[in-house]
Design a protein around this ligand. Structure first.
Ligand code: PGA
Length: 260
């Protein structure tokens, strides 16, 4: 069983404006200071607000090891004529330590395929970012009992261009299991399914990478909230959560962090 320091990540997606984002981070930091949760916290704001969020974290003198910053998506290319894209290296100018790769909205709304996700994974690791690779099945796949097959394919292809990088530094890789049908629906996966799939992810990582990879964190995501967090986070092989909707409410988010 894998129990290391928990990571609770706030994925703000494409929400808010500079005023609401500033208020949200101010409130999160104040509640964080008051409650002193035991987990590491990661904020993934819309990239255009990274500078604002960084300056607020600095203002409150919170070390970036405790509340770190990440980017929700990166370009599959290093640099060049790719209008609208942002690179992992650019995000490092704003002290981002983490990059989210292969989120289901990137896969299903923006049609990112396994090959693109493999390129992004490689670039993220080459840029020395902690790479959060998201995997998860759709409702149709779930109903057809294809979850494990889908996850195996997603892990195998995402790792295909980065096996050596993965093997050389496990601390740079985090997997987030997010069933597509649980994201933003208010209906999280059952505790049994979470236990089963997290164990399967470890089994698959060991198979793909050759040795025991229990030091890789696996987060669960999909309708995590302040009511269900504590039972989810207690499960074996769950090392944290990727939180969308509930991370837009400072109190709910810090309650999730404090439920560990
Ligand atoms: P949710 O989103 O918590 O709103 O379900 C999770 C995610 O998309 O990472």
């Amino acid at each position: 069983m894998n129990k290391q320091k928990y990571l609770i990540a706030a994925n703000w997606k494409q929400n808010g404006d500079v005023k609401s984002a500033t208020k949200l981070i101010n409130d999160i930091v104040k509640l964080y200071k008051k409650n002193q949760p035991k987990c590491d916290v990661l904020i993934l704001p819309p990239a255009i607000y990274l500078s604002t969020i960084l300056s607020r974290i600095n203002y409150y003198k919170i070390p970036l090891k405790k509340i770190s910053l990440g980017i929700q998506n990166i370009s599959p290319f290093i640099e060049g004529a790719f209008t609208g894209e942002l690179s992992a290296n650019m995000s490092k100018d704003f002290k981002c330590s983490h990059a989210l790769i292969g989120h289901s909205e990137r896969r299903h709304v923006f049609f990112e395929d396994d090959k693109t996700i493999a390129s992004k994974t490689r670039l993220s690791l080459e840029s020395n970012m902690i790479t959060i690779l998201c995997v998860g099945e759709t409702i149709t796949e779930y109903n057809k009992n294809l979850t494990k097959k889908v996850i195996f394919r997603q892990l195998k292809s995402a790792l295909s261009k980065s096996l050596e990088l993965f093997k050389s530094d496990h601390s740079k890789v985090i997997i987030a299991y997010e069933p597509v049908w649980a994201i933003g629906t208010g209906k999280s996966a059952s505790l049994d399914d979470i236990v089963n799939i997290h164990a399967y992810i470890y089994k698959t990582l060991n198979k793909l990478l050759g040795t025991d990879h229990h030091m890789i964190k696996i987060l669960y995501g999909g309708s995590v909230n302040n009511n269900n967090a504590s039972s989810i986070l207690k499960l074996p092989n769950v090392n944290g959560a990727l939180v969308g909707g509930a991370s837009l409410n400072s109190k709910k988010f810090i309650d999730i962090c404090s439920s560990i």
